[in-house]
Ligand binder design. Structure first.
Ligand code: TRH
Length: 365
């Protein structure tokens, strides 16, 4: 590694469970592969988010990438002339449609198969290192006899790594933070916080803190975060330094995180972006019914390290006990930013996910 990969045809399958993370991760992966000369067809069962996350994607404006609606009806008329593809990536175990598998199977001579990868959820739990790159032979169905491989993103060199664009560091170096802030809201207060969350039980604590704090600009993202803030405000108008953000494309979202001193992020993709941003952050993990996310959050915090107040705040923000910090002073945010910087430096020493995936595919072909 890194491998020089010949241009291959990839199919990425994405089924939206909820929110934006499924599309967000798949689109970043598609872009990363395309930037390495790969040809990607991205199948999405819900395409709405792509309109704002990646304008032009559905219109075919992105070289090397085709975004296709994953029809509910299969076989699908466009399958008739679909050429053979070399690599299949099913995001988060979503299973390619049977019609697709049948059509493609007929194009492969016996004894040969595409490299079929199940790109899993991101976790810092120890099982990830054990499961990464393991085969899962298919014992039944139209792909019987073929193999699907587990590919786990992660935070250590024994995992598949994280999505990181080739030009990320150059873009960050060229980023003009103050100009971005001036453009976002002229005359904003000195400390900037972004809010991208679900409905954390601790949200009233945060909003209560910030309501009368004229030193802090709060950027509120659309959707669940904005609705939760609105519920808290009721019929009252927001304070002057609270700014409603529009939905922006992924590079624009990333820049918001670079521009802020503290980022509240959620789910999977924005956590990674908060790490790359190198600023203080607090993560709201995607909640699971059986509380499996508790173990997952602890594993991440163990990997991250950092002072007790940062860990406590994470627990508090996620409704898992803990308690809030006495303040969100610039000094405390700088301490937390140092933790992120340190984590980022460790991650930069590892190969990114696209490089690792290309290497894996070359090995298995
Ligand atoms: O939206 P999410 O909560 O997605 C979640 C998680 O992925 C979770 O693990 C998964 O199980 C669940 O979906 C189904 O948070 P996440 O992962 O951060 O994804 C948000 C994406 O939206 C990310 O790619 C950034 C993008 N985004 C923009 O591009 N522009 C914007 O303006 C905003 C607000 C978000």
């Amino acid at each position: 590694m890194p491998h020089v990969a010949p241009p291959l045809h990839w199919d990425i399958f994405c089924r939206v469970i909820d929110n934006h993370g499924d599309v967000g991760v798949c689109w970043r992966l598609a872009r990363g592969l395309a930037s390495q000369g790969q040809r990607v067809r991205l199948w999405l069962d819900q395409t709405d988010a792509l309109h704002w996350m990646a304008p032009g994607a559905l219109e075919g404006d992105w070289p090397q990438i085709e975004a296709w609606a994953w029809e509910t009806e299969w076989p699908h008329e466009r399958l008739a002339n679909l050429p053979r593809s070399d690599v299949w990536v099913e995001a988060f175990g979503c299973e390619p449609p049977e019609g697709f598998v049948l059509q493609q199977r007929a194009l492969w001579p016996s004894g040969e198969a595409p490299v079929w990868v199940n790109l899993e959820y991101l976790s810092a739990e120890p099982y990830v290192e054990r499961m990464h790159r393991l085969p899962s032979p298919l014992m039944s169905g139209p792909a019987r006899g073929w193999t699907r491989w587990f590919f786990y993103p992660g935070f250590t060199s024994a995992t598949g790594g994280l999505l990181r664009e080739v030009d990320l560091l150059a873009r960050q170096a060229a980023f003009a933070r103050h100009a971005w802030r001036d453009q976002a809201t002229p005359g904003g207060a000195p400390t900037w916080i972004s809010l991208f969350c679900y409905e954390p039980l601790a949200l009233p604590w945060l909003l209560g803190r910030l309501h009368d704090d004229s030193e802090t600009t709060l950027l509120i993202t659309p959707g669940r975060a904005e609705a939760a803030v609105q519920r808290w405000l009721g019929s009252h108008a927001p304070p002057r330094h609270w700014v409603r953000r529009p939905l922006v494309d992924q590079p624009g979202f990333d820049e918001m995180l670079w521009a802020c001193d503290l980022n509240f992020v959620r789910g999977e993709d924005s956590l990674v972006r908060a790490l790359w941003a190198g600023q203080a952050f607090v993560w709201q993990i995607y909640p699971q019914d059986d509380n499996a996310h508790h173990t997952k959050l602890h594993a991440f915090l163990d990997w991250l390290g950092g002072p007790a107040d940062l860990r406590d705040f994470h627990l508090f923000w996620n409704g898992m006990g803990g308690h809030p910090p006495p303040d969100l002073s610039p000094g405390r945010l700088r301490d937390w930013a140092n933790v992120t910087e340190h984590a980022r430096a460790r991650l930069l020493q590892q190969h990114d996910l696209v490089t690792q995936l290309l290497g894996f595919v070359m090995e298995k072909r």
